[in-house]
Write a protein of this length. Structure first.
Length: 134
């Protein structure tokens, strides 16, 4: 139908779904279990201290912020551009060819979408129940 690999699409959807499921389950456990806050507070403080240390060790020349922040923004912008390019090249799932058979001994067989569209329009156009076909 389009140039997207169906298996890769399914893998991406499953991976994203599992990640969201794990994050949601962790948030639910953190809300329901009374000792979860006591467990996560020291971990979050350690992570916060480490990230703050990295940001202080990598200052951008002449400013008071880290070049790591610029790198993160640049990676996000490139990711957004790549995702936009990917989504804009998809073509909304439509194709001009219904059948493209290369296995025949006498040559290729190509059936264009207009053949099916015209056949349905001819068959259904004479019936009073249908006002239009597309």
């Amino acid at each position: 139908m389009n140039s997207t690999n169906r298996g890769l699409n399914r893998l991406l959807i499953v991976a994203t779904g599992l990640l969201l499921l794990i994050v949601g389950a962790a948030a639910a456990l953190g809300a329901w279990l009374p000792g979860a806050k006591d467990t996560w507070t020291p971990i979050s403080e350690t992570v916060n201290t480490q990230v703050g240390s990295w940001l202080q060790q990598t200052p951008f020349p002449g400013t008071d912020f880290s070049w790591l922040m610029i790198a993160v923004v640049a990676v996000l912008v490139v990711g957004i551009i790549l995702l936009l390019a990917f989504s804009l090249r998809q073509g909304q799932g439509r194709t001009g060819t219904l059948i493209h058979d290369r296995s025949s001994d006498t040559g290729r067989t190509i059936v264009d979408v207009s053949v099916a569209r015209d056949a349905l329009a001819d068959a259904l156009g004479e019936r009073d129940e249908f006002l239009s076909t597309s």
